[in-house]
Design a protein around this ligand. Structure first.
Ligand code: ADP
Ligand code: MG
Length: 710
């Protein structure tokens, strides 16, 4: 059947841009126009929808008929929105999403003599299951070439969307054995654990009418914008997404002019187009602004349920890069692309809410204190549980923010230190101590206060009970905790899987105590007694803090990726993850291997890139520069400096050649111990050379061009 294209809802500005039409200004009609929302599904297939609604909560199987009806409704809608293909869209353990486009079109073989195209039946079988090769994705030994089968299935709580000419189906990705090969599956399992343990805990403090406990995420994405033209002349940006050499210009961010400053024109136009695209896809981007570093910016949508938020973030990063291409720009998400200025984080605003079963719903936010006694109790219990999670499983929380890129960032600039602690606020900390000493759970309301500041031209401002603490990895922000340590390019499913699991485990431990006979107060006091040392409201950048944290409080300071990863597959953690149905022991070990391998490969590629850039471009430039100045009074430090570059790069090459062929853990430790410092030594000389060498001879675009040249 021929389906007429839908011309009543807005078109994609990217299409408009391509065809040189002017895009319409953002309006409410944009929101979700290219998203197959529940409303659309309900309208197109009401009976099938109501069965799906039940099945996606209970896990009950759907009949073939229902699956087919949903698939048909989905395809009809997608074709109207301009789709000719579909793709299961999923998150292998590699950082970027995967997709395989498959046509809605087929050939009609009823009359073999003529080529006759026809619409293929996109049925339930195709929607709910796609088979592929699991051995070609990172899998930590869970798949081999001779045992490779792996499958996609639609995450029914994350709606499909149309982008360009393809309908994307957000999916899980699992092996033939049922083990997870992706980031999404464990996230969904961790959300189920929070649901189970959260309902149990809320029931024990008298909240019986909770239908479901959900986790929510509101992400903030930081990024750098570089002109595409300059990017194409930086092999390090192209290979590693960061500069491995490069001297910061004399004025970078120290004047503090960047944050919230006026945006460069090209970036402002880009953000406007991006905002429309994101709204079309159902991701309500509401804020964007300049960040601290030159060339750096941030954007954030309104928060949503964790799995949807994570999908939106992955979609956003994909979209940002492809849209940037059309604007002649390149987007850099790396945690530390440029030395000497801030790096990119992805703040993970996180709350846990009980959805009420009463008709009309409503919810209770476990991370928001309040005037009512019940709100105070709920908040204190949940916050105590979070403190326990961070204290008992600080290693797991630390593994939520590992990576070669984050090693440059954690503990530096304004990013949080590598010690995992909780900042619930100064008054909350005092209240926690009072509970340990026998005080009641109630008493902390988090009441906002009126701020007067001495001028009559303005009104007083109502502010949160607590100040901001940007040195803490886990500050409280009024109605949520913000996990600030996640890296800019990360798939947030990983971090959320881990923090959900440690919190679910603490909900469980608290509930065990209460079911074992303790009062909620006593259970909370007991938990706090053991974990209040993870609560820290001071300055996380204080040089004394690591010492106090480790020696006096028994917290972990896992200062880099490899030391953090050494802890991941411990027996304690295998037990933790399998207890809550998040990972089987084999899956924990496989993840650790994948993370070690990714680290090893990243450092190896950076090293190789650096060696090539030095040998093929910087060394020849040095020779050229020497030719001009050698033997003259103007040679200055050139000869000595250029010679020391050769020594440093030779040492790096020797270290690279000595990489052991061993297990991934050993290899990762080797590159961390040997290559990282050797690269730093090369960089030190290369960056000194950059500021000595004659302008124009330096073979790469400089920081000035990269950070401000667009
Ligand atoms: P800030 O300037 O404090 O960093 P932003 O406005 O940039 O704040 O981002 C805050 C993010 O937190 C937004 O994505 C917002 O939707 C999200 N958020 C707000 N309330 C909650 C909540 N209860 N749970 C999760 N995320 C939330
Ligand atoms: Mg922000």
């Amino acid at each position: 059947a021929h389906v007429k294209p839908d011309t009543t809802t807005p078109r994609s500005p990217a299409q408009d841009l391509a065809s040189k039409e002017t895009g319409a200004a953002l309006s409410p009609a944009f929101l979700g126009a290219n998203l197959f929302t529940d409303d659309k599904m309900r309208q197109a297939a009401p009976t099938a929808y109501s069965e799906l609604e039940v099945a996606r909560t209970t896990g009950a199987p759907l009949s073939r008929k229902v699956k087919d009806e949903i698939a048909k409704a989905m395809m009809d809608w997608a074709v109207k929105r301009g789709a000719v293909n579909f793709a299961h869209w999923f998150s292998p353990m590699r950082g970027v999403n995967a997709q395989k486009h498959d046509g809605f079109m087929d050939l009609d073989f009823s009359s073999p003599s003529v080529l006759k195209p026809m619409r293929k039946d996109f049925d339930g079988t195709k929607l709910f299951m796609a088979e592929t090769d699991g051995s070609s994705f990172p899998n930590g030994g869970l798949r081999f070439t001779h045992t490779a089968a792996a499958f996609n299935s639609w995450d029914m709580k994350s709606p499909p969307f149309v982008r360009g000419e393809t309908m994307y189906i957000p999916s899980c990705f699992v092996a033939w054995t049922g083990m997870a090969l992706d980031e999404k599956t464990p996230l969904l399992r961790s959300m189920a654990a929070i649901n189970e343990q959260g309902k149990r805990l809320l029931g024990l403090i008298g909240e019986k009418s909770i239908a479901e406990v959900r986790t929510f995420v509101g992400w903030e994405q930081e990024f750098f914008v570089v002109s595409k033209e300059a990017y194409l002349r930086r092999p390090d940006l192209m290979m590693c997404n960061r500069t491995v050499i490069g001297a910061p210009p004399p004025a970078n961010q120290q004047l503090e002019l960047g944050y919230f400053g006026p945006m460069p024109n090209a970036v402002a136009r880009y953000c406007e187009a991006l905002q429309k695209e994101l709204w079309l896809l159902g991701c309500p981007m509401t804020t964007y602004h300049n960040e601290v570093a030159p060339g750096q910016h941030e954007l954030a949508p309104i928060f949503s349920v964790s799995n949807v938020a994570v999908d939106q973030n992955m979609m956003c990063m994909e979209l940002m890069q492809s849209l940037a291409d059309m604007h002649g720009l390149y987007i850099c998400f790396h945690e530390k692309p440029f030395k000497g200025v801030n790096g990119n984080g992805k703040h993970n605003n996180w709350s846990v809410q009980g959805i009420l079963s009463s008709p009309g719903g409503g919810s209770v936010n476990m991370m928001k204190p309040g005037k009512a006694e019940q709100d105070q109790v709920r908040f204190m219990v949940a916050t105590a549980c979070l403190a326990r999670g961070i204290k008992m499983h600080g290693d797991v929380v630390r593994c939520a923010c590992i990576g070669a890129g984050n090693d440059h960032r954690l503990g530096a600039q304004e990013a949080p230190p590598a010690i995992m602690s909780l900042f619930p606020g100064v008054a909350v900390e005092a209240h926690m101590h009072a509970i340990v000493k026998g005080g009641p759970l109630t008493g902390y309301t988090g009441e906002q206060k009126a701020l007067k500041y001495g001028c009559n031209n303005t009104q007083e401002i109502t502010v949160n009970a607590e100040d901001r603490n940007r040195t803490a990895p886990f500050p409280h922000c009024g109605n949520r905790f913000e996990f600030r340590a996640v890296g800019g390019p990360a798939n947030m499913a990983h971090a959320n899987t881990l923090i959900n699991t440690v919190l679910a485990d603490s909900f469980c431990a608290w509930s065990d105590l209460v079911e074992g006979g303790l009062s909620p107060r006593d259970a909370t006091a007991k938990i706090l007694e053991e974990s209040i040392s993870a609560v820290f409201t001071g300055n996380g950048y204080d040089p004394e803090w690591p010492k106090i944290a480790v020696e006096e409080r028994g917290l972990l300071n896992l200062h880099n990726t490899v030391t953090a990863l050494d802890t991941f597959a411990s027996e304690k953690n295998q037990e933790l993850f399998s207890k809550h149905g998040v990972y089987l022991p084999e899956e924990v070990k496989a993840r650790a291997d994948v993370m070690f391998e990714k680290y090893f490969l990243t450092i190896s590629i950076e090293t190789k890139t650096m060696i090539e850039m030095i040998n093929t471009a910087l060394v020849p430039a040095c020779a050229k520069d020497l030719k001009t100045y050698e033997g003259t009074a103007l040679a200055g430090k050139r000869p000595a400096l250029y010679a020391s570059l050769l020594d440093a790069v030779a040492a790096l090459e020797a270290a690279y050649d000595a990489i052991p062929h061993a297990d991934v853990q050993t290899e990762a430790h080797y590159v961390s111990d040997a290559l990282v410092p050797a690269m730093a030594a090369v960089r030190k000389v290369a960056d000194e050379i950059e500021v000595v060498m004659e302008k124009g001879v330096y073979p790469f675009p400089t920081y000035l061009e990269l950070l401000t040249g667009h």
